[in-house]
Write a protein that binds this ligand. Structure first.
Ligand SMILES: Cc1cc2nc3c(=O)[nH]c(=O)nc-3n(C[C@H](O)[C@H](O)[C@H](O)COP(=O)(O)OP(=O)(O)OC[C@H]3O[C@@H](n4cnc5c(N)ncnc54)[C@H](O)[C@@H]3O)c2cc1C
Length: 440
């Protein structure tokens, strides 16, 4: 297991080292893949990973400083996606040194994209009830089953697969975590179109697919523990949503086809920041709502103003919570349940802003483009592209309160693990999976 280095506080030394490195290494004429190789192998692409797993052992806040410094330099940011945010920290925590050296470099260098093959038609909140089977034959596992809601499955090179390897064990103890190759005949990925008009997620049918035992992460039957590491990183990342700076516009993995393109063509201009110590309206988390109300001529409406103030307050509470957690962790402590109630608050903010946006937009909020041609037309309608973006945001707002564990599940976790409340009655966790009562 990789160890986490003592966190380096983002100070001048760290930023100076990064700037010197960027002066020497950044070249807009490199291909995206070549640039990400440099960034990843130097530990700047995923600096929160441990130092012996291609990272620098930084805190989330310090990693944001790194991302900001890369953007300030005008260089292409690190690859985004589940390979870097979920698979790499999971493999770093539970993989062998050989697996860390084989699987993490292509992930942090954006050479491969990962998807998360966890949820099934009958196993979402009750993830440990999953029925996809993996059966061992020597050094090879044969996998059969169905996954669903697999985000980015159509663009993935590898999948983080949870499969049942022992149906006779209690349900949380018969599961194993694998890194499976998505490019094989036994894996059929079918996109699902959602109400936004896009196909973010997929159904994945797995029929006699194979994965080598060398791609099993953690012990056989210990996949629940490994999956909890993945879910921890998913929830922490969601609670920190909105902090992102300098993310790459290029997309990772072999399927999308960005790796051979010129890196400099993907650099996005950075928004100017207010001068230090001089708060401006741009520092409000409610700025998008202020802009929308201004565009739509609704800024004078007292009820809209009141709800914009509420949006500012919720966003500020969220930021202060994140800073409080950072301060507590810097002192070696922790706040139990913080990622869970952080995600709950983010969900509340998304819903509040969605409803406020739609009230500001009125009937205009019902117009949405489902293709490129419609998008051009909507940009010319009252409210322009800002109004169109607000409607698109509203259609997507209910996603975060569901994925990575619904609001109700977050409350259960906070109740049981942070507040020490009793578990739900009828706990069947000790029974073998095959003896559990089933629906129908
Ligand atoms: C946009 C999006 C992307 C996703 N991406 C992925 C992905 O990449 N990979 C992946 O594996 N999955 C993904 N998911 C699936 C997601 O993790 C599940 O949707 C989620 O865990 C809920 O499971 P479910 O949909 O089966 O709902 P269910 O579990 O059937 O829940 C239905 C309702 O019952 C409530 N409920 C269930 N159990 C309890 C309980 N014990 N106490 C109180 N209330 C309860 C839930 O809160 C919910 O309101 C994604 C989902 C979304 C929306």
């Amino acid at each position: 297991m990789a160890t986490t280095a003592r966190p380096i506080t983002a100070g001048t030394a760290l930023v100076d080292e990064l700037r010197a490195w960027l002066d020497e290494q950044w070249d807009p004429d490199l291909s995206v893949g070549e640039w990400w190789d440099r960034l990843g192998m130097a530990g700047w692409a995923a600096p929160m990973l441990p130092v012996d797993a291609y990272g620098r052992g930084l805190s989330r806040a310090d990693a944001m400083v790194v991302a900001g410094a890369i953007a300030d330099h005008g260089a292409l940011g690190a690859p985004e996606g589940m390979a870097i945010s979920l698979a790499s920290p999971t493999i770093a925590a539970h993989g062998t040194p050989e697996q860390i050296d084989r699987l993490i470099p292509p992930a942090v260098c954006g050479r491969i994209a990962f998807c998360q093959l966890f949820s099934e038609p009958g196993a979402g909140s009750d993830l440990a009830g999953l029925t996809t089977r993996a059966e061992r034959d020597g050094e090879t596992w044969h996998v059969n089953g169905q996954k669903v809601w697999t985000s980015g499955g159509q663009f993935a090179d590898m999948g983080m697969l949870l499969a049942r390897t022992n149906p006779e064990a209690p349900k949380h103890r018969g599961i194993t975590w694998f890194a499976i190759d998505m490019h094989q005949p036994g894996i059929d990925v079918r996109p699902l179109r959602e109400m936004t008009g896009s196909a973010l997620f997929n159904e994945v049918f797995i029929t006699d697919a194979t994965v080598g035992d060398d791609n099993r992460i953690g012990d056989v039957g210990d996949g629940w523990k490994v999956a909890n590491t993945t879910l921890f990183h998913e929830r922490s990342g969601m609670a920190a949503r909105g902090e992102g700076v300098g993310a790459a516009a290029a997309r990772a993995g072999t399927v999308v086809g960005d790796l051979d393109k010129r890196a400099g063509d993907f650099v996005r201009p950075r928004r100017p920041r207010p001068a230090a110590g001089r708060p401006t309206t741009a520092s409000s988390p409610a700025q998008p709502q202020i802009d929308l109300a201004t565009t739509m001529g609704r800024l004078g409406d007292p009820t809209i103003r009141q709800r914009i103030a509420q949006s500012h307050i919720l966003g500020t509470v969220s930021r202060l919570n994140a800073e409080r957690l950072k301060a507590v962790r810097a002192g070696g402590g922790d706040i139990p349940g913080a990622p869970n109630f952080g995600k709950l608050l983010t969900a509340q903010i998304l819903r509040h802003n969605r409803d406020l946006n739609f009230d500001i937009l009125g009937a205009r909020g019902t117009l949405h483009a489902y293709g490129d041609s419609g998008r051009d037309g909507l940009a010319d309608a009252p409210g322009g592209s800002g109004a169109a973006a607000a409607t698109a945001f509203g259609l997507m707002a209910q996603a975060l309160p569901i994925y990575g564990g619904t609001d109700q599940i977050q409350r259960n976790i906070v109740g049981e693990r942070a507040l020490g409340l009793p578990k739900e009655p009828g706990d069947l966790a000790h029974l073998p999976f095959t003896q559990l009562p089933k629906n129908g």
